[in-house]
Ligand binder design. Structure first.
Ligand code: SF4
Ligand code: SF4
Length: 491
């Protein structure tokens, strides 16, 4: 169990805050007030399975100037593909910038073949002498099958390259016939009932933070008109048209996708990354948590799509940010807040989330709002991830409206992580005080407090640093008892 939890009881914590003697009055001052349990259970945050202290708000906590924010489609025309980074720069140039930064930070770096089990340099300043281990690398290798949905090369060769991976069918694999051909009718229900059953199914398949928003003008502003995908040799264009079903041209790995106008909802969900293995790991070649959730997320998205198909509805996957940047969808749909580390922070899992996902669908869903749980506010005084980043990629400055790099966007007030020099290690993900690796009560209490007042934020940051709650020695993971798949699913 983490040191923080083992030495600090809930009562000690309350005493530390000066609240222990103050009783219910002080607690109520920092907590939302519900008159009874029915009211609490029917609150919007309860319907989407968010913690009770998460507030739904009308605007994202990241201020957005919709007049300045560029419409994304045209901005993504250019040479392929960098995934996270708009290809305003060629991939080779981005790679050179990354290598330059690595060699500047680690001039004695031995670029040995550490993916094969040979020692590599530690990328974590906190554990500079740890050079990796063959069992760390082996864990990653075992986790990497079907990475990002890619089939093993034998399968790709067997189809002469026709099928590369699970994302080849953006509309889903549709294993069963259409509902009409099955002799049935579509599932019928209210948008509220729809979100409820979809949330149950999504959580069954393995994802969480299930919310939904309409495809309105703001959504269309952040939806690409054209996007290069990692697995494609040519850009894909997206448009809505007078078609009955999603039309992909060509059918496999399409370069043009026409969507029926009735696809008016975006269903958002997120995949959590196993936390303990992340906070003990030192780099991509030693981080099985990252690898394992890259391998499973496409499969789970495809399961969700076939669930919708089974109900009688169609969907388009947003795998690899196919049609919209996942950070934008994550905050607009209320799955989390945009945080200093450059990605979405969720109330339950902090920044130990691998990817924000989603699908466009014609199933009408209850509209959710952006959320505020005090996360962005906390980032203003925290900066733990920026201090920990071995590449200096995370901003330690104030949020800005303007983009500092040609491959970033202006139009929203935030911290911009320099993805061109990010080594994807991901040390930052193991450090965030909002991470929750188990359901220990003190953490819930801290989050409930942060959601309602910022006056203790500095104290909580100092406390987190003092108790060294984030990063842990790599070797220690092998001696710890972890939940199955590394995730406490009771959260
Ligand atoms: S931003 Fe995170 S993943 Fe990227 S180099 Fe920094 S710590 Fe590593
Ligand atoms: S570590 Fe601190 S600054 Fe970084 S994302 Fe988490 S709360 Fe924000």
């Amino acid at each position: 169990m983490a040191q923080f939890h083992s030495v600090l009881s809930r009562r000690d914590f309350m005493k530390g805050l000066g609240l222990a003697g103050a009783g219910v009055g002080a607690a109520a001052a920092v907590s939302p007030v519900f008159r009874d349990l029915d009211e609490m259970a029917s609150a919007p945050s309860a319907r989407v399975n968010m913690p009770w202290w998460v507030k739904q708000v009308n605007e994202t906590t990241t201020p957005i100037d919709w007049d300045v924010l560029p419409t994304l489609g045209p901005a993504y025309k250019g040479p392929p593909p960098m995934g996270l980074i708009p290809p305003a720069y060629p991939e080779s140039e981005i790679f050179r910038m990354k290598m330059d930064r690595i060699l500047e930070k680690y001039p004695n770096w031995d670029k040995g073949a550490n993916t094969l089990g040979f020692p590599g340099a530690s990328s974590d300043p906190e554990y500079p002498d740890y050079v990796g281990d063959i069992k760390d690398n082996a864990l990653v290798m075992g986790a990497a099958l079907l990475n990002m949905g890619m089939f093993p090369k034998e399968l790709i060769m067997a189809t002469h390259g026709a099928y590369m991976g699970l994302t080849d069918h953006p509309e889903g694999w549709r294993i069963m016939p259409a509902v009409e051909q099955r002799g049935g009718t579509k599932w019928q229900g209210t948008p509220e009932e729809a979100l409820k059953i979809v949330r149950a199914a999504v959580r069954f398949y393995g994802f969480d933070d299930v919310t939904a928003i309409p495809v309105d003008d703001h959504f269309l502003k952040v939806m690409y008109g054209e996007k290069w995908l990692i697995t494609h040799g040519a850009p894909t264009t997206f448009e809505f048209g007078d078609v009955d079903d999603i039309v992909c041209t060509p059918a496999i790995r399409p370069t043009k996708i026409v969507l029926p106008r009735r696809m008016k909802w975006f269903l958002q969900f997120s995949s959590r990354q196993p936390g303990e293995v992340t906070r003990h790991a030192l780099g991509t070649t030693q981080n099985a948590g990252q690898a394992y959730y890259y391998t499973s997320w496409v499969k789970i998205v495809k399961s969700i799509q076939d669930f919708l198909w089974g109900l009688g509805y169609i969907s388009l996957d947003n795998c690899n940010g196919r049609f919209a940047p996942t950070g934008a969808t994550g905050i607009l749909a209320g799955a989390g807040e945009l945080a200093r580390w450059g990605g979405v922070m969720t109330p339950k899992y902090g920044i130990s989330v691998r990817v924000m996902h989603g699908v466009l669908t014609d199933l009408p869903l209850e509209e959710c709002k952006p959320i505020d749980f005090g996360g962005r506010k906390f980032c203003e005084t925290c900066g733990i991830c920026a201090d920990a980043c071995p590449m200096g990629a995370i901003s330690k400055d104030e949020p800005t409206w303007d983009a500092a790099k040609p491959y970033q966007y202006g139009g929203y007030l935030t911290w911009r992580t320099d993805m061109a020099v990010c080594s994807h290690c991901p040390v930052c993900q193991g450090t965030c005080p909002f991470n929750a690796f188990d359901k220990s009560g003190v953490h819930e209490l801290v989050k409930g407090t942060v959601a309602n007042t910022s006056i203790f934020n500095g104290f909580f940051t100092s406390m987190d640093k003092s108790f060294d709650y984030g990063r842990k020695p790599p070797e220690e993971w092998w001696n710890s008892e972890q939940p199955v798949t590394g995730i406490d699913t009771s959260i």
